[in-house]
Design a protein around this ligand. Structure first.
Ligand code: NDP
Ligand code: 8X3
Length: 247
């Protein structure tokens, strides 16, 4: 029987690559995002196995409406909670509240609301949830407080959800990537493509396709196996030391 994945944030980056990967693997894909034109273009590329839905993760009613999809689209086997973004890395007092609020509403509130309304269906189908956290959840960096905080939430939410789901057969994974070149930094910097190019220059970052392959691997593991959390980075990324201020 054909399986169905719901991918939030399918208009760019990891989500769009995942839509292509799962369609290629014979799944039905529901892809969401705010940019209708991008969704239309993707639908033209991917055909009838792709259902584009214009959803803003900050809008509770729109998000909860996804639980009302009728079969076959409503028979969701995998929820890929991918939609997300970061505010600028400016000092917190200099960062507009609107940018912060967008991030909290999308990365946390939207993700929790969608997971909550889809859980009964996922339990019925012994389905799976893949949540996009980040290395930022574990390793602090300057200007990362709000974004990293949301991703630490996603990681812990994923782990704790497994306790609630004990005995249901539903699998949950927190995926925690490092630097991958997508539109992430363009969005974070408010549209500064050059800043994004500089960040990824000469460091061979991960690609959206790397992540799509990982999601596919997770989705096709034997059903008795749960990867709780998985952290990945490009070989060129690692850690610096602590900052110490001296008298
Ligand atoms: P992109 O900016 O390329 O894609 C983000 C996607 O999220 C877009 O499809 C966008 O769609 C969607 N999105 C953002 N806000 C909303 C919203 N309010 N409602 C609906 N959709 C929304 O970024 P990535 O592909 O890199 O990021 C995907 C996920 O991976 C994010 O959660 C990110 O935090 C995480 N991540 C990324 C890393 C990286 O280095 N790139 C590393 C670690 C984690 P639209 O604008 O059309 O609404
Ligand atoms: C984003 C990962 O390393 O660019 O989640 O901060 S990193």
């Amino acid at each position: 029987m054909t399986k169905t994945v719901l991918i939030t944030g399918a208009t760019a980056g990891f989500g769009r690559a995942a839509a292509r990967r799962f369609i290629g693997g014979g799944w039905n894909v529901i892809g969401t995002g705010r940019r209708a034109e991008r969704l239309r273009t993707l639908q033209e590329e991917l055909g009838d196995a792709f259902l584009p839905l214009e959803i803003d993760m900050r809008e509770r009613e729109q998000v909860e409406g996804l639980a009302k999809l009728s079969p076959p689209w409503g028979d969701i086997d995998l929820l890929l909670n991918n939609a997300g973004l970061a505010p600028p890395t400016d000092p917190l007092p200099d960062t507009d509240w609107a940018r912060i609020d967008d991030v909290l509403e999308t990365n946390i509130a939207g993700l929790v609301a969608l997971t909550r309304v889809l859980l009964p269906k996922l339990i019925e189908r012994r389905g799976q949830i893949i949540n996009l956290s980040s290395v930022a959840a574990t390793y602090p960096y300057k200007g990362g407080a709000v974004y990293a905080g949301t991703k630490a939430f996603v990681r812990q939410f994923s782990l704790d959800l497994r306790c609630d789901l004990a005995g249901t057969g539903v699998r949950v994974t927190s995926v925690e990537p490092g630097m991958a070149e997508t539109e992430f930094t363009i969005v974070r910097t408010g549209g500064d493509k050059e800043a994004s190019d500089r960040l990824y220059a000469g460091m061979d970052p991960m690609t959206s396709e790397d992540l799509a392959d990982l999601f596919w691997w997770l989705a096709t593991l034997p059903p008795h196996l749960n990867i709780n959390a998985i952290e990945l980075m490009p070989v060129t990324q690692s850690w610096a030391g602590f900052t110490v201020n001296r008298e």
